[in-house]
Design a protein around this ligand. Structure first.
Ligand code: BJW
Ligand code: ZN
Length: 234
């Protein structure tokens, strides 16, 4: 296919490559995307409504339980062929919105987490990192006794400054950015591929569905991460 060849040539010729990933990146590993309907136990909850400080304040046990369930899931899953292809790009900066560690598991070395991690719970009051395996629903902070919260970025919260700065700088300097499996509706993360495009870089998109990022992409490949990435990263 012509656009596959074009994407492969752009990637092969890139000097400063960035890969920007969203929930679709991990879908084929068995992690549900954000805007998919939730399954099973959580089917009656809206993921967007649970990922807020207000939800945690109103029902800490519910929100903590949801993240515990996702942490267990994330522990069981393995990187897919898309993560593995990206890990072959040894010099790329990987900017992810995902809170799993599948890029690291696949061997990517330079991973920036814009929305935090499932594996870094911290105190909701003093920010002290929580002890691994602390018990409670949610556990109480060892230093101040306040509830421990997941180490992720909820709606209305600022992104970690160091991660955002690193991401913006890498995107601004990139000659090629590959955006994979993100609906491109959550800001400021959705700015990242737009920064590359504005600075004159080339944006390649891999996603089975149309997204608001379509207009800024030089090449869009309508397929899945595990299906397409191994064909364009050679
Ligand atoms: C496949 C596939 C396969 C399927 N292969 N692809 C400007 C305009 C409008 C609103 C705002 C704005 N600026 C800020 C806002 C408010 C808000 C926001 O953006 N709201 C919009 C929804 C309207 N943003 C915020 O609140 C942010 N904070 C902020 O702005 O703070 C300001 C501030 C400054 C200073 C002090 C205080 C405050 C924070 C946003 C945090 C987002 N957090 C979440 C939860 C993280 C923790 C967790 O995981 O629980 O991040 S929400 C959720 O969305 C999660 C994701 O990272 C994020 C993005 O979702 P993603 O990855 O794109 O997933 P999906 O499901 O949407 O899409 C999947 C895609 O994959 C689809 O396209 C599929 O087709 C595709 N796909 N299978 C490849 N196999
Ligand atoms: Zn504390």
């Amino acid at each position: 296919m012509e656009s596959l060849e074009r994407a492969a040539a752009l990637i092969a010729g890139a000097e400063r490559l960035v890969v920007f990933t969203g929930a679709g990146m991990s879908a084929e590993s068995g992690v549900p995307t954000f805007r998919d309907a939730l399954t099973g136990l959580w089917a009656r909850y809206d993921a967007q409504a649970l990922a807020t400080p207000e939800a945690f304040a109103a029902d800490p046990a519910l929100v903590w339980g949801w993240y515990e369930w996702r942490r267990e899931l994330a522990r069981r899953v393995r990187p897919n062929a898309g993560h593995e292809a990206i890990a072959r790009l040894e010099h790329a900066t990987v900017i992810t919105q995902n809170v799993d560690d599948l890029h690291e598991q696949a061997g990517s070395k330079n991973v920036v987490h814009l929305h935090g991690s499932l594996f870094a719970p911290r105190c909701s009051a003093c920010a002290a990192p929580a002890e691994q395996g602390a018990q409670g629903d949610p556990p109480a902070c060892e230093s101040c006794g306040n509830p421990v919260r997941p180490g992720v970025v909820w709606f209305g919260e600022a992104l970690p400054v160091d991660a955002l700065e690193k991401a913006v700088e890498a995107a601004a300097n990139a000659d090629v950015l590959i955006t994979v499996g993100t609906s491109g509706v959550v800001y400021p993360a959705a700015e990242i591929p737009q920064v590359t495009a504005r600075m004159g870089g080339t944006v390649i998109q891999v996603d089975p569905e149309p997204t608001p990022l379509d207009p800024i992409c030089t090449v869009t490949l309508r397929g899945t991460a595990a299906g397409v990435l191994p064909q364009i990263i050679r």
